[in-house]
Write a protein that binds this ligand. Sequence first.
Ligand code: LLP
Length: 422
Amino acid sequence: MQEHQASITGGTCEGVDLAALAQREGTPLHAYSTSSIRQRIGDLKIALAGLDATICFAVKANPNLAILQLMANAGVGADIVSVGELRRALNAGMPAERIVFSGVGKSADEIAGALNVGILRFNVESLDELHTLQRVAKAQEVTARAAVRINPDVDAQTHAKISTGKSENKFGVGIDEARRWFADRKALTHVQLDGLHVHIGSQILSLDPFRLALQRVTAFWRELEQAGHPVNSIDVGGGLGVCYRAGVDRPVAAADYVDAIREALAGYRGRLLLEPGRWLVAEAGVLLTRVLRIKQGTERRFLVLDAAMNDLQRPSLYDAWHDIVPVTDEPRPPTTYDIVGPVCETGDTFARARELPECAAGDLLLIRATGAYGASMASTYNSRPLAAEVLLDQGRYAVVRRRQHFEDMIAGEQPARNWETA
Ligand code: LLP
């Protein structure tokens, strides 16, 4: 899928000169290629042709308002997990009827807020949540549309921290429990329980776990139909993996993924929902960073960047590989580095023993495929202000999040002056 990555040639990305961009906007800098995101949306839509399908972008992957606007303009909705994400989606112009709400910890207030604006569906993850939904909907005198999130007990064959479909995971409910929810459906006076949802994990590079999960969900759908419980919507979640390591990661093509869905759901006439996050945006993003210095340790040679784990947590959290390349094409001898950031812990390492063309202080590098779960998981650890974000579009760029100022970072903090008792 290399051709869908933000294409970088001769120091430019989408016609924008990266050295000039870094000079003007500073580093570290998150940059996203508009055409790469549009291409992905287009590819998925083509694969879905003829199906009654709605794409709900998993906002957590990249909640920047400009990205959400781009999605909204392309007719893409949102999969949200908090009222914060709901407000972002609405603010970006996504209609409530294209918003679904997932997550094990929706509070009564969040449920009320989402009901108020009339979202498409709640993906309900526990009996307690189902009862809360019924209570809040009744108080508002509305009917909530709901799907049960099935935990199919399938191993997604991905990193344990991003696996969600095993029965030991906190997500969803087993089919036996879901069966009881439908049997007791009549007691739900203000919840229309007529949907199924499944999401087994993230960065999945094989079709097998998807197929297995879908088989279990569709067997259950058939059983429900036979028992007289109509299923009007099946949400197949997200999870489609991307290429983080050129030549090694072999992501599933959108067409093959959708074919597997078509095959599993043969005969199903209701609405299909999809919640891709990473696949739509990861490869469109790069993190532009400058080499601060080279440090020769007693055992290893360190390349110290101005980006750190607070800007991109994936390598330290999941030992994730991200390709790292110099911006210049200038030929230089290969050298092996541990690539690290300035944060004061050893986990602040982007790569160990990585071979790169020899670098010098001041060189610009790109950390690739950072468009998903990059800026969205950033923090100000070590009092490092959040990096700026820019959108690139055919030779132009726009700042879509300005670099955080020191004052922004400490806003809300204050000396302990006003002591109160509680
Ligand atoms: N739907 C639900 C209910 C989810 O929980 C998620 C992701 C998605 C959809 C989107 O999954 P995607 O298509 O992006 O794989 N921070 C981690 C990834 C966490 C994913 C959480 N849930 C990482 O950087 O790898």
